[in-house]
Design a protein around this ligand. Structure first.
Ligand code: NAD
Ligand code: IPM
Ligand code: MN
Length: 356
């Protein structure tokens, strides 16, 4: 196991997640070795770059990497190629982690915490399958230039059929284990890239006749996530649309502080991280919601350690803590903030429910 806490609230939430990781591994009698490393702004400050080769090499040797978050105002003025976020993009790409699974589930006790009406959010149980190592994030050419005295910048959205087919297979296989429905989200009314996605996703769908497939334009998908989120089971989409829609899906469930993720690929190592960022506005105060990081540990047990029981136990413990009414600040209306638990106290409750 490699722990990469990163920046802002990253070190706070991963410290709490680590407590759960160690407690559950111990009670399941799993031998666990945890090493720590630097990524993001923390690595820039210590080493001059957001991720070094040695850390990538260590990650390759591990079954799982648990990451906090990267970035913050201190490094915002840096050009994109040397920002903290580059470290995260590099580790995803170097480890070949093309499949980013972002499950958005409404814990029953939190139906009231959503900004939408409880009857709209109650049925949410969806999985965003986001392509993570291609698209406009990585396409060439990219960069800035001075053209006829004007500043110009460009990025390129590019996917080939192999990249599309492999993420489509991940989505259809996941749907088979869930509600047997895939929604492919695209912008094929404008983009050639999306037209290729529609074609290739349709071809892959022929191998999964028991799964229904719909194609949905990304703008109307953003609307439907607010009006009728319960209709979605598995959403499959490219890197940029997936980034945006998964934050939207997170908020439906009550808070960005609740959503975990797993990034998987062809190799043996998986990367687990909360969907949220480094939240500089609340860093260093022990008030961040640690549950997205803790639920990322559950995903680590499920996907990298193949210990579905441990994953289930963590999920059940989180459900029970929320059922008991415990809340971090992000899950409460402003007027109730005084009864909020801090990150550590919330994790204490989870550990109690786990019996650890
Ligand atoms: P953010 O996700 O960090 O924060 C958005 C809002 O949600 C903030 O108000 C924050 O306080 C709140 N929030 C986020 N996580 C929370 C938690 N666990 N508990 C309670 N509240 C929480 O997004 P941002 O402010 O747009 O970005 C800040 C920095 O994080 C940027 O540098 C960005 O690039 C980076 N970022 C990193 C990752 C990552 O490392 N995976 C993801 C997203 C953003
Ligand atoms: C995420 C983040 C990252 C992304 C950034 C920090 C590079 O927003 O994991 O959702 O855009 O993928
Ligand atoms: Mn994001």
């Amino acid at each position: 196991m490699l722990l990469l806490p990163g920046d802002g609230i990253g070190p706070e939430v991963t410290a709490q997640a680590r407590r759960v990781l160690e407690a559950v591994a111990q009670s399941a009698e799993l031998a666990l070795e945890i090493e720590a490393g630097l990524i993001g702004g923390a690595a820039i400050d210590a080493q001059g770059a957001p991720l070094d080769d040695a850390t990538v090499a260590r990650a390759r040797q591990c079954r799982g990497v648990l990451l906090g978050a990267v970035g913050g105002p201190k490094w915002d003025a840096l050009p994109v190629e040397s920002r903290p976020e580059r470290g995260l993009l590099r580790i995803r790409r170097e480890l070949g982690l093309y499949a980013n699974l972002r499950p958005a589930v409404v814990f029953p006790a939190l139906a009231e915490a959503s900004t939408l009406r409880p009857e709209v959010v109650r049925d949410i149980d969806l999985l965003v399958v986001r392509e993570l190592t291609g698209g406009i994030y990585f396409g060439e050419p990219r960069g800035r230039a001075l053209v006829s005295g004007r500043r110009e910048a460009r990025n390129t959205m590019v996917y080939d059929e192999v990249e599309i087919a492999r993420i489509a297979h991940v989505a259809f296989a996941a749907a088979r284990r869930r509600g047997r429905s895939v929604t492919h989200v695209h912008k094929a009314n404008v983009l050639e890239v999306s037209q290729l996605w529609v074609e290739v996703v349709n071809e892959v769908a022929r191998e999964y006749e028991d799964v229904t497939l719909q194609h949905q334009l990304v703008d109307s998908c953003a609307m439907l996530l607010l009006s009728d989120p319960g209709r979605f089971d598995v959403i499959v989409t490219g890197n940029l649309f997936g980034d945006i829609l998964s934050d939207e899906a997170a908020m439906l469930t009550g808070s960005l502080g609740m959503l975990p993720s797993a990034s998987l690929g062809a190799g043996g190592v998986g990367l687990y991280e909360p969907v949220h960022g480094s939240a500089p506005d609340i860093a260093g105060q022990d008030i961040a919601n640690p549950l997205a990081a803790i639920l990322s540990v559950a995903m680590l047990f499920e996907h990298s350690f193949e210990q579905a029981d441990c994953a289930r136990r963590i999920h059940d413990a989180v459900t029970a803590v929320l059922d008991d009414g415990h809340r971090t600040r992000d899950l409460l209306p402003v007027e109730a903030a005084s009864r909020a638990l801090g990150s550590k106290a919330m994790t204490d409750r989870v550990l109690e429910k786990l019996g650890c």
